[in-house]
Each structure stands twice: as C-alpha cells, then as structure tokens.
Design a protein around this ligand. Structure first.
Ligand code: NAD
Length: 292
C-alpha cells in the first residue's frame, strides 16, 4: 500500500520539487496529491515527471485561503486518507512597514498562517481516526528570528512555529508527528513572488533614512542569497529524511552553514543582544572593521 502524501503550493519551488521527487520514487512508495491554487500552472509539474506518474501523482486544485477548496481537495483523495500532509504554500512580504497596505498584510497572514492552520484542521480528524500521521511544514529562519523589513512575513512564520509547537505536544498522544523544515534562503521564485510593498500603497510616505537602510538590507539579502542559497533539491533531501525517519525530529535545519541566531536572544535577560548582533550584521557597511 502506498503512503499517501498531500502537498500544498506545488506549482513552483519547494512544493514542486518535493512532489516530483516523491511521485518519481523508483520504488513507487508514494501516492502524491500535488495541490496548487491555480491548475493552469500544472504544466511545469507534468513536464518534470515526464509521464512516469500514472499511479503515483494526482494534481488537485487547492487554495489554502479558501476553506471550500481545501475541503473539496480532501474529498478528491481517492484513498480517503492522508498519511503525510505537507503545508508548504507561502508568500513573502518585504519593505518598510509603514508602506504596507492592510490588504497586503492580511493576504500574507491569510496564506502563511490561516492557510496552514485550516489545511491542518481539515486533515487532522482523519489522521486521529486512522491512528497515525505526519504533518510537515515548510518553516523559515524568519520564523525563528526577526528580520528588518520582513515584519509581517516574520510574524506569520513565528506564528506558524507557535501553531506547530503547540500541536506537537498534543499530537504525541495520537501517533501524529509534526515537523518543521526550517529553510534559509532557497533558489526559488520566492523572491519574485514576494509582495514588495508598493511605495505609497498604504498612503504613507517612507522617509529617506528608512529607504537607505532598506537598500542596505536588500544588498545584505543579495549577498546572503549569493553565498548561502540552497537549491530545492537540498530541501527535498531534508524532507525525505523527515519522511523516512521512524521518529522524526520536530525541527530540521536545512542549511548547517546558516543556522538561526537564537542564543543571543536568551544570553541576557534584556533581550538586546540579538537586536545588536543582527543590526551589526545587516547594517554595517564594513563588518570586519565594526566587529573587531
Ligand atoms: P514559491 O513562491 O516558488 O512557492 C510558494 C508556492 O505557494 C507557490 O507555488 C504559490 O503558488 C503557492 N501559494 C501561494 N499562495 C497560495 C494559496 N493561497 N494557496 C495555495 N498555494 C499558494 O517559493 P518557495 O520558496 O518554494 O516557497 C515555499 C515555502 O518555503 C513557503 O512557505 C516559504 O515561506 C518557504 N521558505 C522559502 C524560502 C526561500 O528563500 N525561497 C526561505 C524560507 C522559507
């Protein structure tokens, strides 16, 4: 019997690569339900699996912000069970906070936070009844540490951490494992797909000092991506490790060269060390000079 895997956000990036890898598994271990908001984008996925997918892949429409669409997709799972749920759909948002419109911020929280929660909600009762399950969530370093100009994205990903950590405690009693796959920068369309704040879309002007710090931040981002971005295959490997483990970890860090900077958060009770460390890393033009 195949392991039934349902993945959200499969039209591109990590979701697409994971769906392709699992559906093309040589041992045909998995039956993959690759879901995407817009079925018109399914060609890329179909191209990647090249006809090898007859009995291992189904593509379903699912917009994680539309509960009807989540429930419809659940209904279309032929096996009437999902063994592994992968909550991967997500969008970024970058720019000065005062430039973000309420609608855009709401959209980010709708997809990243409520979309993840409502997908889990839809499949949780089934997992409890069948007495087993895996919930895997694509997490982010931005869910573990604050990043300037990413306030709302970080808020959404921090919140996802809270959801998963809380659920994991309870779900131990149901033989359901929750794991976060914590990614640093990954070469996907994420940066192109992210919602950049359109200047003035909130009606607020952004001052020149903030603008110039934003430019410094973008430069820092570019360097980090250039030096440390992973390919989706690297992320898929970690996903496989979690999927194949008999007792999966709660957190997997995909990039050992770029771990979250968490210890300065608790090093002193005033909580300032992380803020200072990060500010130095991002905003000093010459780190070597500043840090000596
Ligand atoms: P991506 O933009 O290629 O993939 C995101 C996918 O989510 C897209 O296919 C998009 O269509 C889908 N999506 C967006 N809104 C949706 C909705 N309402 N319903 C269903 N699907 C929706 O980028 P990616 O890098 O593959 O992103 C996947 C996950 O990885 C996201 O959760 C993201 O936060 C996380 N992540 C990415 C990076 C990175 O640098 N790329 C870093 C850390 C975490």
């Amino acid at each position: 019997e195949k392991t039934v895997v349902l993945i959200t956000g499969c039209s591109s990036g990590i979701g697409l690569s994971l769906a392709v890898r699992l559906a093309s598994d040589p041992a045909k271990t998995y039956k993959v339900y690759a879901t995407m908001r817009n079925l018109a984008k399914k060609e890329r996925l179909l191209d990647c699996v090249k006809g090898l997918h007859k009995d291992t892949l189904d593509i379903l429409q699912m917009d994680v912000t539309d509960q009807r669409s989540v429930l419809d997709a659940r209904q279309r799972v032929g096996e009437k069970r999902v063994d592994i749920l992968v909550c991967n759909a997500g969008v970024g948002l970058m720019g000065p906070l005062e430039a973000q419109s309420l609608d855009t911020m709401r959209q980010i929280l709708e997809v990243n936070l409520l979309g993840t929660i409502s997908t889990i909600q839809a499949f949780l009762p089934g997992m409890k009844t069948q007495g087993h399950g895996r919930i895997l969530v694509t997490g982010s370093l931005g869910g573990l540490q604050g990043l300037p100009f990413n306030e709302v994205y970080c808020a959404s990903k921090f919140a996802v951490e809270g959801v998963c950590e809380s659920l994991a405690i309870l779900l131990q009693h149901f033989n359901i494992h929750v794991s976060l796959i914590e990614c640093g920068p990954v070469n996907t369309n994420f940066l192109d797909n992210l919602q950049a704040a359109e200047p003035g879309s909130s009606g607020e002007q952004v001052d020149a000092r903030t603008q110039s710090l934003y430019e410094m931040y973008l430069q820092h981002c570019g360097t980090v991506f250039q030096n440390a971005a992973q390919d989706t295959d690297d992320i898929v490997k970690i996903y496989l490790e979690a999927i194949q483990s008999a007792s999966p970890a709660f957190r997997y860090y995909t990039n050992s060269a770029l771990l979250p900077i968490t210890s300065p958060k608790t090093a002193a009770s005033d909580g300032l060390q992380y803020i200072k460390t990060m500010s130095k890393i991002i905003f000093s033009t010459n780190n070597k000079v500043e840090q000596k």
